[in-house]
Design a protein. Structure first.
Length: 330
């Protein structure tokens, strides 16, 4: 609608009630600016107000305030209902995970898929690495859950990605539990994985995560792990490929790793060395410019602290002589 207004295709916007347009005062103010800039009239069929007078604008703001209040209260009630239900162990909908089917507002085990889930847990206990689990899963032709979407089309049935396997191994639903906002509750659905297997896998996952953060076993650590995101907020995670015996590192979008192609941004994969060199060169250039360092941190520091900071910044920048502003290596 706003695009049509900017294109001069609309003269008047008619709604049944004001809250059919928006229930946010902030959003409405921006919309009205667009209306005014393009000479568009706004009419509510069931409500009488005249925005050309101060009293009319006050009436409109009051109506919108009540609409926003109603929306927020409704949201709070829904969130409270979901939280209470999950504390009781109820599954509250969403994507049905591999190994289960939805039936009468709860989860029931799909034995064919459940055996694949158990297989993935066994493979992880045997090999201890998700990369090895993926290799075995591909060899066994294990695939994601097949779903029927609009128009009867089928989606899913794709090879398991590393991100999918990580998510599956860490999903407490498989242990018969329900997670909500960092808390885990006993669920009303049947478990696919026994408690001992679940606890062992979680301990191994936590240990491997610690090793990855510490860089244990990494010949070339990923310096920007956990920092890079695309324009849609998807994290770019370290990954690699081996070709002709040479290891190539990348940062890959989690949307791609988790088979959420529709959520992916314009950048789904970046060569790791190039982006790391670019960031390192920018940081080095910043640290060498004492004035810019102070500008970035503001003037809240005392002159003595500023001097100490500049000395430390120069020391750090010159301790990395291998980084050139062009991003190459000496």
């Amino acid at each position: 609608m706003l695009a049509d207004i900017r294109a001069r295709k609309v003269d008047t916007v008619v709604v049944y009630k004001v809250d059919r347009l928006t229930r946010s005062l902030a959003d409405f103010a921006k919309i009205v600016e667009v209306f005014d800039a393009h000479g568009v009239s706004f009419v509510s069929v069931t409500q009488q107000f005249n925005t050309t007078s101060s009293m009319g604008r006050l009436t409109l703001n009051m109506l919108l305030s009540f609409a926003q209040f109603e929306r927020e209260v409704t949201g709070e009630r829904i969130r409270d209902k979901i939280a209470t239900s999950k504390k009781k162990g109820m599954w509250m909908g969403g994507f049905v995970p591999l190994g289960y089917d939805a039936k009468e507002r709860t989860l029931v085990i799909n034995e064919a898929e459940a055996e694949n889930v158990r297989c993935i847990f066994r493979l992880y206990l045997e090999h201890g690495k998700v990369s090895r689990v993926k290799e075995e899963a591909d060899r066994l032709r294990l695939a994601t859950k097949v779903r029927v979407v609009e128009n009867g089309r089928m989606r899913g049935g794709r090879p398991l990605s590393r991100g999918y396997i990580y998510k599956l191994l860490g999903n407490p639903l498989y242990a018969g539990r329900i997670a909500h906002k960092g808390e885990v509750y006993e669920g009303q659905h049947a478990a696919i994985i026994d408690a001992e297997t679940w606890d062992t896998v979680q301990a191994k996952l936590a240990g491997n995560a610690h090793d990855r953060r510490a860089g244990n076993g990494a010949t070339e650590p990923s310096l920007l792990a956990g920092i890079l995101h695309d324009e849609r907020g998807n994290r770019l995670s370290p990954s690699h490929a081996v070709k002709n015996g040479t290891r190539y590192r990348y940062y890959v979008s989690q949307a791609l790793l988790q088979n959420r192609d529709g959520d992916a941004g314009s950048i789904v994969r970046i060569p790791a060395r190039e982006i790391e060199d670019l960031v390192a060169a920018r940081i080095t250039a910043l640290l060498k410019d004492s004035g810019q360092v102070i500008d970035e941190l503001g003037d809240s520091l005392s002159p003595r602290d500023q001097e100490r900071l500049m000395v430390a910044a120069r020391s750090v920048s010159w301790s990395r002589p291998g980084i050139r502003p062009s991003g190459g290596q000496e």
